[in-house]
Ligand binder design. Structure first.
Ligand code: SF4
Length: 363
C-alpha cells in the first residue's frame, strides 16, 4: 500500500487521507525514526512500522466507526510466497440483521482462516498434502481435524471429499484418505523460512498413505531447507517400520502423541528412528505420565483438551511432566489447560508460563 522508504509523497498522503477519511493512519503505519545516521542526525520523515496485525486492527476500527458492526476475523489473502496482499472483512449496515449476519460472517472467516495459515500454536503455517484419517486411540475421540474436515467437506472443498460422514450430528472420519499431489510443492513457493506443521488434517504415517507418497513429502522437506517442519504421529509403529526407507533431513522435527500411560511405547519407537529432532506431544493429556524416560528427546509439549466434550486434565499431571523435563534437562512447553473456554483457563502453571523451545531444534 505504501512505500518502504521514508518519504511518502505528499500526493499519496492526500489521497490516502481522502480514501481513509482521516489522517490517523500516518501514526499507525509510520513512526518517527529513532535510529540516528552516521552524523548522529535523525533522518527526516517517517519510517514504516507496518505489522499486519496493526493494519488489521486499524481497518476493523475504521469499519466499526462507519458501519453498525464489523467481523471479528479478517481473512488474509496471500500471494504465493505467503505475503498478505489483501485483508477481507465483513461489515454490516443494517442494525436489525446485525447479530446473525456477524455470527455467520465470523464463522465463515474463522474456518477459512484456520484452513489457511495455522491457528495452531507453535507453528506459523500448516501444510496438508494428505487429508483424512481414522480414529486410533482415546486421544482421537474429539479430534479437531475431524470436525474441521467435516466443515470443509460441507463447503465443497475437494481435498476433503468423502473424508467424513455425519453421525449423530457430528462429523466422523470415514477412513477415506485423499493424497493431494497439488499440495506437494506449496512449501517450495514460500521463500521465507517458516515453522510448518505437516498434516494437521491427517496422520502422515496412516496405514493408507503409501510409502512412495510419504517419501515425496520428505523430498519436498529436504528441498526446502529454509523451513522447519514438525510432523506428529500416533502411528509410531509404522514410523519405526519405515524409518530405514527415509532419508531424514535435519529440518524435520519428528514427534509422537501420547495421551496416557497405555501408549508410552510410542516414545520408545520414536527414539528408535534416525530423526534429528524428536519431540513429544502429550496433548490432550488424559492421564498421569509419571515415568517418562526422556533420553534422546529434545522437546515436550503438554496440554489439556479443549472443545465441547472435554475430558479435564489434572494439575498434578502437568506438574509431574514439567518436573521430569526439568530433572532430565529437556525443553518443556505447556500449551493450555483447555476446557470449554480455553481462553479463560489460559496456560499459566503455578503463576508462570512454560514456553521453552528446544535449543537443539532451533540450532
Ligand atoms: S490420529 Fe490425529 S488426525 Fe487422526 S484421528 Fe487421531 S487425532 Fe485425529
Amino acid at each position: 500500500m505504501i512505500p518502504r522508504n521514508r518519504a511518502v509523497p505528499e500526493s499519496w498522503q492526500a489521497r490516502l487521507d481522502r480514501c481513509l477519511g482521516e489522517t490517523e493512519w500516518r501514526d499507525v503505519f509510520y513512526s518517527v525514526p529513532k535510529t540516528r545516521d552516521l552524523f548522529l542526525n535523525l533522518p527526516a520523515g517517517r519510517e514504516r512500522t507496518l505489522a499486519i496485525s496493526a493494519v488489521e486492527s486499524y481497518f476493523r476500527k475504521r469499519l466499526e466507526s462507519m458501519f453498525t458492526g464489523a467481523s471479528k476475523y479478517a481473512l488474509s489473502l496471500n500471494n504465493q510466497t505467503g505475503t498478505c496482499m489483501d485483508l477481507l472483512f465483513f461489515a454490516c449496515g443494517n442494525q436489525r440483521g446485525k447479530r446473525i449476519a456477524l455470527q455467520i460472517a465470523d464463522h465463515i472467516l474463522k474456518i477459512r482462516k484456520m484452513a489457511g495459515p495455522s491457528s495452531i500454536e507453535l507453528t506459523e503455517s500448516t501444510w496438508n498434502p494428505v487429508a483424512g484419517c481414522t480414529v486410533l486411540s482415546p486421544g482421537c475421540t474429539n479430534c479437531y481435524a475431524m470436525r474441521l474436515a467435516g466443515r470443509l467437506q460441507g463447503m465443497g472443498q475437494k481435498k476433503y471429499a468423502r473424508t467424513t460422514r455425519k453421525t449423530g450430528g457430528r462429523a466422523k472420519w470415514t477412513g477415506h484418505i485423499n493424497l493431494h499431489e497439488e499440495s506437494l510443492d506449496i512449501p517450495g513457493k514460500w521463500r521465507a523460512g517458516r515453522l510448518i506443521f505437516v498434516n494437521s488434517m491427517s496422520d502422515l504415517f496412516h496405514e493408507d498413505v503409501p510409502l512412495e507418497f510419504i517419501l515425496r513429502v520428505f523430498e519436498t522437506m529436504r528441498e526446502t531447507p529454509q523451513h522447519t517442519y514438525q510432523i506428529l504421529t500416533k502411528r509410531a509403529e509404522r514410523l519405526e517400520e519405515l524409518d530405514s526407507s527415509i532419508d531424514w533431513p535435519s529440518n524435520v522435527w519428528m514427534g509422537v502423541s501420547v495421551e496416557n500411560s497405555e501408549f508410552l511405547e510410542r516414545i520408545e519407537r520414536l527414539k528408535n528412528t534416525r530423526a534429528f529432532i524428536k519431540f513429544l506431544s502429550l496433548e490432550p493429556l488424559l492421564g498421569p505420565l509419571d515415568t517418562l524416560d526422556l533420553r534422546n528427546i529434545h522437546l515436550v509439549i503438554a496440554g489439556g483438551e479443549s472443545g465441547p466434550d472435554v475430558r479435564p486434565v489434572e494439575r498434578s499431571w502437568i506438574r509431574s511432566i514439567r518436573d521430569q523435563c526439568l530433572d532430565q534437562d529437556v525443553a518443556f512447553r505447556f500449551k493450555q489447560w483447555g476446557g470449554k473456554r480455553k481462553k479463560q483457563t489460559g496456560q499459566k502453571l503455578d503463576g508462570g508460563t512454560w514456553d521453552q523451545m528446544s535449543a537443539h531444534a532451533l540450532g
